[in-house]
Write a protein that binds this ligand. Structure first.
Ligand SMILES: [Zn+2]
Length: 119
């Protein structure tokens, strides 16, 4: 079963590798979905939503909320933010997907595929 908890954070960023040159700094209300996958345990849950919230708060939101993402992730596109979030949460044994919305209607989903990025 898939279990998803939704989060959001406010953060500024600018892309630095566009052919036209660096973007101006601007902000978004970013949305983040963290999905775990596993069987329903005898306690009736795949994973405790509260526990998942605590982990994401501590490992991700504390570092990204009201931050300049360029200070945390180089060239922070939604794609590169998703890779960074995955890395922070990698220790969660049931981690299945990280979805990041830069703005309404525009999201990326990373599921831990081996080829993450061509640099
Ligand atoms: Zn943007």
């Amino acid at each position: 079963m898939l279990l998803t908890r939704e989060f959001s954070f406010e953060a500024a960023h600018h892309l630095t590798k566009l052919p036209s040159g660096p973007e101006p700094v601007h902000g978004h209300t970013w949305r983040l979905n963290v999905t775990l996958e596993g069987p329903v345990q005898p306690d009736g849950m795949v994973f405790d939503f509260v526990k998942l919230g605590d982990v994401v708060e501590k490992k991700v939101l504390k570092k990204l909320d009201h931050a300049d993402l360029n200070r945390v992730v180089a060239n922070p596109s939604a794609e590169r933010v998703a890779l960074w979030v995955w890395k922070q949460l990698e220790a969660l044994p049931l981690l299945s997907a990280v979805q990041v919305w830069e703005c309404e209607g525009c999201s990326v989903t990373y599921r831990g595929e081996r080829e993450k990025e061509r640099v």
